[in-house]
Structure formats: structure tokens, C-alpha cells
Ligand binder design. Structure first.
Ligand SMILES: [Ca+2]
Length: 204
């Protein structure tokens, strides 16, 4: 028996459910949340100014033999083999292009060399290429003859490798014309050969 009321109720329920569905579908979705990012500020480049290191003037090498206590020969191992830029260093060993005293361990030896030109200097270098360590004193001789002691130390064996003995000084008050090297040869066994002697002029 068709029950109009039941049919109407069922239809109403369907409409109700359908309405719920439509209502759910049509319900506006929540507004998207827009996160506003703070404006990116580009980093300010940091300019680091590195001070330009002072350009060191070129070395002045010795050019004349003023005094030598002894030399092994008049050519090979003579004092003039210590003139000019190094031509043994960085090699070492017993080399004819370096100065060697006559005897290996006879006495305190002296090697005084005139420079290629006079200059006020801030450092002196002695290239010891065989049995280093015997240099006990280095003096800078000024144009007036006055001497400045740039290095003084007790001689001691420093192995068999060649080495550069560099002594820094306050810029000399007068131009330097020569370098006098004292070698305590008896303190370091064997020939104590010197390849070159030079000075570093003061920087500007
Ligand atoms: Ca010696």
C-alpha cells in the first residue's frame, strides 16, 4: 500500500542528503594562506682592502774581493767564486763555484767583499753551501769605514744541507760598501764553503 507520507518522507530524505552533498561540494574552500616573505636584501659586499706588501728592492751582490785570509786555489774555490749572485745554491756540497779556505780547519778565516754598489741596507745574506754553520760574525762596512755588526753567533755544525744565513738590521744610516764575514772554521769540521754574499737595500 503506497503510503504517500512514506514516499514523501523518503523523497525528502533524499533531497536532504542530496542537499548536504551539494552543500559540502559548494562550500567555499578556505582562503589560501599567503605567507608574505620579507623582502630579501642582497648582502652588501664587504670589500677587504689588503695592504700591498712593500716591494723589496733587488739584492745587491758582492763584486770585488777586498780581503781573504786564504783560498783553496786561484780559480776553483777562490774568493772570486763567492762574487755575484748564487750559482751553487740551492744545491750544496763541495763545489768549485764557491769559496773555500786553503785548509779545512786551520784558523778563523776572513772573507771581505765589496758590493756592486753602495746602498743603505736592511739585511745581509751569506750563502753557505758546504758544511754550514761556521759563520760567526757578519759586519757591514759603511762608506766612512764604520762597521755595523749584523750577525754574531757561536759557530756550530748545521748538517750538510746548504743554507742562507740572513741577518736583518735596522736600515743603516749610511750607505754600505762592503761585507766582512768571519768564519770559525775550526768549529765546523771540513771546508766551510760560501757561494755568495749579498745585501738587501732598504725598502722605500
Ligand atoms: Ca772548517
Amino acid at each position: 500500500m503506497p503510503n504517500h507520507a512514506l514516499v514523501a518522507g523518503a523523497a525528502g530524505l533524499m533531497l536532504f542528503c542530496s542537499g548536504m552533498y551539494v552543500g559540502q561540494v559548494l562550500r567555499p574552500s578556505p582562503a589560501p594562506v599567503i605567507v608574505v616573505q620579507p623582502a630579501t636584501v642582497p648582502p652588501v659586499p664587504v670589500v677587504v682592502e689588503t695592504p700591498t706588501p712593500p716591494v723589496m728592492p733587488a739584492m745587491i751582490w758582492s763584486a770585488t774581493v777586498r780581503e781573504v785570509s786564504s783560498q783553496w786555489g786561484s780559480d776553483d774555490w777562490s774568493a772570486k767564486r763567492a762574487l755575484g749572485a748564487p750559482d751553487v745554491y740551492p744545491a750544496g756540497g763541495d763545489q768549485v763555484n764557491a769559496w773555500a779556505s786553503l785548509g779545512a780547519d786551520d784558523r778563523t778565516e776572513i772573507l771581505e767583499l765589496g758590493l756592486g754598489r753602495a746602498a743603505r741596507v736592511s739585511a745581509v745574506e751569506v750563502y753557505e753551501t758546504f758544511n754550514p754553520g761556521a759563520v760567526s760574525q757578519i759586519e757591514l762596512i759603511g762608506a766612512s769605514g764604520a762597521r755595523v755588526v749584523a750577525h754574531r753567533a757561536r759557530a756550530e755544525r748545521l748538517g750538510s744541507e746548504a743554507r742562507v744565513l740572513r741577518a736583518e738590521v735596522a736600515c743603516t744610516s749610511e750607505p754600505i760598501v762592503a761585507v766582512r764575514v768571519t768564519i770559525d772554521s775550526r768549529a765546523v769540521e771540513g771546508w766551510n764553503e760560501i757561494d755568495a754574499v749579498g745585501v738587501q737595500p732598504c725598502g722605500e
